[in-house]
Design a protein around this ligand. Structure first.
Ligand code: SF4
Ligand code: SF4
Length: 159
């Protein structure tokens, strides 16, 4: 049975996560890749990011050099000032926001730099690209909090 929208916002059960882990490890990548675009579209017909913003509130995208150049230019800041004001290096050596929620998240859950947002934000939660099965640890982590990933996971496991 298809989960209700409320159920998508709840954390998936450990059993479901185990099944997803198995599918990502043993499933046919070509078959999964073929299904993802439709499942991604179906998920985002049900789930609305402006009602959620869990990713922007709790995690940070990486700010790669092109992101930093583009966003600092948009904000009219020198790159060094933008970095000093908003970013810190994480243990992998990537620039991330100094603290959560993201400083560019508005009170209504909109992104104040939406058109210039980092590439990671544009691609998140990777439900329409091969990162979905190429980086299973990322997908499993995202499935725990992102209702869109939860939706795609349920649909894949129901097939
Ligand atoms: S991408 Fe996922 S976690 Fe982020 S706002 Fe949209 S539904 Fe929520
Ligand atoms: S830059 Fe925008 S989309 Fe990305 S985490 Fe911050 S508020 Fe969210």
């Amino acid at each position: 049975m298809e989960p209700s929208i409320e159920q998508l916002y709840e954390a998936p059960t450990p059993e479901m996560l185990k099944k997803l882990q198995y599918l990502l490890k043993k499933g046919d990548p070509r078959k999964i890749m073929k299904q993802l675009p439709d499942l991604h579209d179906a998920a985002f017909e049900k789930v609305h990011c402006l009602d959620c913003a869990r990713c922007c509130k709790n995690y940070s995208p990486r700010f790669k050099t092109p992101d930093i150049k583009r966003i600092s230019k948009y904000l009219g800041l020198k790159e060094s000032v933008f970095i000093d004001t908003y970013l810190a290096l994480d243990k992998e050596g990537d620039y991330v926001v100094k603290q959560n929620p993201c400083p560019f998240l508005d009170a209504d859950n909109a992104c104040s730099i939406y058109d210039q947002r980092p590439s990671d934000c544009q691609r998140f939660p990777y439900t329409d690209e091969d990162v979905f099965f190429k980086r299973p640890a990322v997908t499993l982590k995202n499935a725990e909090f992102c209702p869109a990933v939860h939706s795609v996971m349920n649909a894949l496991l129901a097939k």
